[in-house]
Ligand binder design. Structure first.
Ligand code: FAD
Length: 454
């Protein structure tokens, strides 16, 4: 008899799980309370990249301007952008992708239930939605309910009057200035985007540096590039108060600084919101970090799995998808585990950032003796020809046998190139193995080649 599995949430954790379960012969249903595709497709990865693409086009145009005749009459500035069209393009991208995902589920004949799922008993969920209230029993369930933007104090008290990573996509007009709370990936991507379209950007971060956990060479390069473009940072300062006056929004920092802007965008992390999901009914504990799982993605209730943001391991779409597939395979008799060490971590700003495996400090914290090597794009032909000389490739080797432990890339197509090095980390390749590859000329990948000889 085939297994009955229910997947709660159709984001990048839930939908690949449902597809894999179907492939493996399970009787699978997926429940979605909001938009198919989850945060990633509707309010995260994809719309933010559509916004960033607008910034890239502005940037490319600025580059082209340098090659125009003095009297060309072309006088473009970011102020000429039509905010309505920028938002419409992002909506178009989302609709296209969401429609094809929904069609895929129809084609695969996977039952899609619209509404909110709640655990009503062991092995049972109740779904309340347009079809009324229906109950489904299951042999196994995958919880892929994601997270929501979180508002630290004092911003929490003004939640409805501030923007977050959900609502920023619907701002009625392009603000003239914005204060961004949080210098993590989300905060920096919005900082980069707004700066590129002519918005005055200030970033607040409680920690002493941006991109917590990243290698200091990386954070220094990103910070310096952002500052050169006029983005202002306030590190290591707490916000004591939020104020509203004369149509502006202001913050008071603990050193007495007062900053004001037309908009405040809180991008200071995400938290699980599982209240009312009936987890008490099945005795499954949770907190703002979500639900704990073992290496097989199983919660404390063995037939309930939790994947993606909701288990708090790695708040990335590709981690969610891999975990979803692992949970699906384990439900169907597999014994797979999630390898966090090979998850590429990417930031889609300019310069782009891609890192994988261990950086120097992380390797040393594990008691490993390491060697690092770095080469800069400045010396790479393709980089000079395309005027993309900002950044570097850095490799971290085990000093004992020159195995690649990790890599950090800033600039160029870092978010693409990092996959070559993810493969090196996964397969425990050595410096000599990477030297054995022939790197096409001229490419940005030649920076990897150069690094191997440092
Ligand atoms: C602005 C922004 C940019 C990002 N950019 C990137 C990026 O470039 N790359 C990257 O890897 N990650 C990025 N992320 C993170 C990425 O979006 C998340 O890691 C990913 O969406 C997590 O997937 P998930 O399936 O766990 O959860 P989600 O995508 O949040 O999906 C969960 C789904 O479950 C549904 N749900 C919740 N409760 C119920 C219920 N009771 N019943 C039915 N349905 C329910 C929700 O409606 C939601 O659709 C970004 C996030 C943000 C906010």
């Amino acid at each position: 008899m085939s297994k009955k599995v229910i997947v709660i949430g159709a984001g990048p954790g839930g939908y690949p799980a449902a597809l894999r379960l179907k492939e493996l012969g399970a009787e699978v249903s997926i429940v979605e309370a909001w938009d198919f595709g989850g945060t990633c497709l509707n309010r995260g990865c994809i719309p933010s990249k559509a916004f960033l693409d607008t910034g890239h086009r502005v940037h490319a145009f600025e580059g082209l301007k340098k090659l125009l005749k003095e009297d060309s009459g072309v006088n473009f500035s970011a102020d000429m952008l039509d905010w309505g069209k920028v938002k419409a393009r992002r909506a178009e991208v989302i609709t296209k992708l969401r429609t094809s995902l929904e069609k895929l589920f129809q084609a695969k004949k996977i039952e899609v239930l619209r509404g909110r799922a709640v655990f009503s008993a062991h092995h049972e969920v109740t779904i309340t939605g347009p079809q009324g209230e229906i109950k489904r029993t299951f042999d196994a369930a995958i919880l892929a309910a994601g997270t929501r933007p979180s508002f630290p104090p004092p911003f929490r008290d003004f939640k409805d009057s501030l923007s977050d990573s959900d609502r920023v996509f619907d701002l009625p007009a392009k603000p003239r200035s914005v204060i961004i709370v949080g210098a993590g990936v989300i905060g920096l991507e919005f900082a980069c985007f707004f700066n590129s379209i002519g918005v005055e950007v200030t970033v607040l971060e409680l920690l002493p540096d941006l991109l917590a956990g990243e290698d200091p060479q990386v954070t220094r390069a990103v910070r310096s590039s952002f500052e050169k473009r006029g983005i202002k940072f306030h590190f290591g300062k707490k916000t004591n108060a939020v104020e509203f006056s004369g149509g502006l929004k202001a913050v008071k920092l603990d050193d007495g600084t007062r900053l004001e802007a037309e908009e405040i965008l809180v991008g200071a992390g995400r938290a699980a919101d599982l209240a009312g999901m009936g987890l008490e009914a099945i005795g499954l504990p949770w907190d703002r970090k979500g639900v704990k799982v073992n290496e097989y993605m199983q919660t404390a209730i063995p037939e309930v799995y939790a994947v993606g943001d909701v288990n708090g391991i790695s708040l990335l779409a590709h981690s969610a998808s891999r975990q979803g597939e692992i949970a699906a395979e384990n439900i169907m008799g597999g014994k797979h585990t999630f390898d966090e060490t090979i998850v590429p971590k990417c930031v889609y700003t300019w310069p782009e950032v891609g890192s994988v495996g261990l950086n120097k400090a992380q390797a040393e914290a594990k008691g490993l003796a390491v060697k690092t090597a770095r080469s800069f794009y400045l010396g790479i032909g393709k980089a000079v020809a395309t005027d993309e000389t900002e950044g570097f490739v850095q490799l971290v080797f085990n000093a004992a046998d020159e195995t690649v432990l990790g890599a950090q890339i800033v600039g160029g197509p870092a978010t693409e190139l990092i996959h070559v090095l993810a493969l090196a980390v996964k397969l425990r390749l050595k410096r000599s193995d990477l030297k054995g590859i022939i790197y096409a000329h001229p490419t940005m990948a030649e920076a990897i080649h150069e690094t191997l000889y440092k």
